[in-house]
Write a protein that binds this ligand. Structure first.
Ligand code: GAR
Length: 194
């Protein structure tokens, strides 16, 4: 069984979709939700799915405590689902090509430090974009720059506000993140056999 840890900071709707999807899987399980915000909605969602949670802060991220916790839990793959901090290089190097992220824009547009959640949608609307979308990518040491695995577009409609655009983007994320992770796991299994 491939053991997956989700890192999340917020509401956790993507984490929930992943827990639902892999709850029925025979090849992978969500073994842990790691969260850096004590009031994040993702904690209740993890509890509802019987997935253990690990709480951490900036110190545990920087000093290797989170890394040791993930290693101790035998984690094979990390999935960022609304996680807002940059991962330290040591952590990225411990799971090379084994950390995925979802971003609510068509990267490289509207990526980088400070570009997360509603900040992204606000910038897309302010720029008058006619299209937005989502990107699922491998994580490296820089914000939003790793190898792109999947992108899909959606329209920005006249009259959209942040809430309306965020809802359209969330629907795309929920439809695609589990299937893209599943495809990545299948490729991982092929590469391991080679
Ligand atoms: C999602 O839209 C995700 O793409 C975004 O945060 C939201 C989390 O929603 N991630 C980023 O902006 C990362 N830079 P959720 O907590 O309901 O899954």
């Amino acid at each position: 069984m491939i053991r997956i840890a989700i890192l999340a900071s917020g509401s956790g709707t993507n984490a929930q979709r992943l827990m639902e999807h892999f709850g029925a899987s025979t090849k992978a399980e969500i073994a842990l939700v790691a969260c850096d915000q004590p009031k994040a909605g993702v904690l209740q969602r993890a509890w509802d799915h019987g997935v253990p949670c690990y709480m951490f802060g900036a110190t545990e991220l920087a000093d290797g405590t989170l890394l040791r916790e993930l290693e101790g839990a035998g984690i094979d793959l990390l999935i960022l689902a609304g996680f807002m901090r940059l991962l330290p290089a040591t952590l990225v190097q411990t799971w090379p090509d084994r950390i995925l992220n979802i971003h609510p824009s068509l990267l490289p547009k509207y990526g980088g430090k400070g570009m997360y959640g509603d900040h992204v949608h606000r910038a897309v609307l302010a720029a008058g974009e006619k299209q937005s979308g989502i990107t699922i990518h491998v994580v490296n040491e820089r914000y939003d720059e790793g190898r792109v695995l999947f992108q899909v577009e959606c329209p920005v409609m006249p009259g959209d506000d942040v809430e309306a655009l965020a809802a359209r983007i969330h629907a795309l994320e929920h439809a695609h993140y589990p299937e893209v992770v599943e495809g990545f796991l299948n490729d991982m299994a092929v590469r391991t056999r080679e």
